[in-house]
Each structure stands twice: as structure tokens, then as C-alpha cells.
Write a protein that binds this ligand. Sequence first.
Ligand code: SAM
Length: 350
Amino acid sequence: MVMNGYDPQTNGGQYLEDLATAYWVSDALFTALEMDLFQTIDDFGIRGASLLELAPKLGANESALERYLALLNSLGLVGCYQNVYYNQLITKEYLLIASPLYQGDSLLWRKNLTDDWNTLKASLTAGGRVNFLPADISEDELNLRRAKYIKAMDNVAKLKARDCTTFFTELSGDILDVGTGSGAMALAFLEAFPGTRATLLDIVQMLPQTQKLVDATAYADRVNYHPANILEPQWGLAKKYRLIILSNIIHAYAESENEQVLKTAASHLSDDGIILIHDFFNEHDPVKAHLTDINMFLNTYNGKVFSGAWVIAELKKNDLLTSSLIPLATDTALIFAARSQMALDTIYFK
Ligand SMILES: C[S@@+](CC[C@H](N)C(=O)[O-])C[C@H]1O[C@@H](n2cnc3c(N)ncnc32)[C@H](O)[C@@H]1O
């Protein structure tokens, strides 16, 4: 809807009204997830569920629920036939917890960000983030938060990871996943290319959470974990890597940090290796890129969304050849870099 930007064919006032009510749609979705509404419908199996059956299960008032279900129907999330409600395909694919592409953790993490967005005006005045975690937050609470965060990242990365692997026709050897989060990016490559192994690098506090998720997959024995702070000039790695992944990590920091991060990443690239950068970029899906930029402004120290042109210029400073910015069908895009044209030519540009 509004993410598509201003459409000159429509009434400008309508566009503004749609901007102002965009949060109604978000709240409608968050509420259904928090009430477990889609899962409750799914529990009735293929016969679906009537209003009379759903209302008590959800603890909802019948006539209120009927109006809410009509909204979810118009949003394309549930269907209704002869007074029986069922989940639409998009809901089955992304909003039921058993689905491999489940997005609920990520969507509800978005809801948590409301507190940051409520500080937009104060942050604009202050010139930076004003909403911080309480100073006395315990390590247990932090770990709970990390577990939620990593699941949210995992949901999103799984949506994109297979798109990234399809640019490779063959791959073997060592993969380094920098700021790995759940490891979903590296895991997709391990699945697609049996002759690979992966080193998952993240801050020491995050890796136990990563390991919990990786241990539940079939690839745990092809993975090792490397705690490091990528803001340090050396990451303590002895090897060179055939594939180095930087997925959604560039936007966590500003220019000076990323100059260093890209330099260190380049120093670990083998002669036949590829660096894969996956991120938001200002040239691709500008509305989402700028929303993500402000999101970083509100909840990180100095994270921002870059132009692809800036990242490409930095890679070139490290004597790397690069692809142009390759848009995915979604809101993010890719840049590939390598030491030689021969290595870059192994990437299959569709
Ligand atoms: C937005 S997440 C992206 C995770 C994953 N690459 C993906 O695409 O889903 C950024 C990750 O980078 C890690 N990270 C942030 N700063 C880091 C640092 N200074 N050193 C190492 N890892 C860092 C975070 O802990 C987090 O797991």
C-alpha cells in the first residue's frame, strides 16, 4: 500500500489518509498474532471454524470478532465461505508456527519497535537515539531479548537466503558469515552446496543463541563458531574464505566502522573467493530503505542505510572488483565482490 510511494494516478489526499492509517493495518495483524487467531483457525483442520466455535476459543465477544474477521478477510489473511472461516494461503505459508517460512517472530519484533518510533521527535531534537534499555537490565532479561531478536532475524533471513544461493552454480570450501545472527544465510549455502563448511562469527553473547538454532538443523557438524567484535581491526581468523557473507550487518554501523569492516573482510577473502553483501540500499526500494535508515537512527548508536554506490566504492578501495547493485524481488539487494574477474564471472546473474 503506502510502501509503494505516491501514486500520481490517485488522489493526493487519499495517499495522505493512507499514510496516517497505516498503523491500523499493522495493529490488526499484530493483534491476530498475539491472540493466536490463525493457529486457532488451523486447529479446526480443513473443515474451518464458525464464529460460534472461534469466539470462546479466542476469548472474544462474538459480534466484535465477526467485524474483526471481516477486516482480516478484506486484508486477504482469512477467507469465509458459508459462515466458516479458514486461513488463506499466505497465512498458512507465513503465519503458522510450523511453517518453515514462519514470520510471526519477526512481525511481533516490529511491534516492539513502536517504543523507539514514539521517540522520533525527541531523537530528532537530540540528534540521536534517546530510547535505551534500562541500565539495570539483568543478563537473563538480555538473553531473553537476544533469543527473541535472533528468531526475528531468522524469520527474515530465511525469506531471502534461498534467493542468494541461486546466484551460485557451484561452491565448495570455507564460508565465513559475518554478524551471522541465526546463521540462516550460511545454513542455506550449506544446504545447497554439500562440499562447504561454515564459520559463524558474531559477538560472544549472541553465539549460544545461534548454536541453539543451528543444533536443530542437519548441518550442525559442518559449522564452527567464532566469537569476535568486527569493530576490532583483526577478527582472530587464520583462514581465507571462498565465500564471505555480510547480511544485514553494514546497516548496523556508520561509514568509519564499515570502512574497517570491509577492509578486514577483504583481507580474509581467498583469490577465488566471493564477498556477498545483502542489505537495504537507498537506490533499491527507497521508501523501505529510508524507513530502515530512521529505524537504525532510533535504535542503534550510529547505524544507517547506505547507497549501493558508497559500498561499491569502498570495496573497490580494497582492490576488489564488484557487481552492480542486484535487486532481489523483496526490499533488499545484493552486491558481489571478488579479487578477479574470473571469480566474479562464476556468479550467475539471472
Ligand atoms: C541485523 S543482524 C543480521 C543477522 C544475519 N546476518 C541476518 O542476515 O539475518 C546483525 C548481527 O550482527 C551482529 N553484530 C552486530 N555488531 C557486531 C559486532 N561489532 N561484532 C560482531 N557481530 C556483530 C549482531 O549480534 C547480529 O547478530
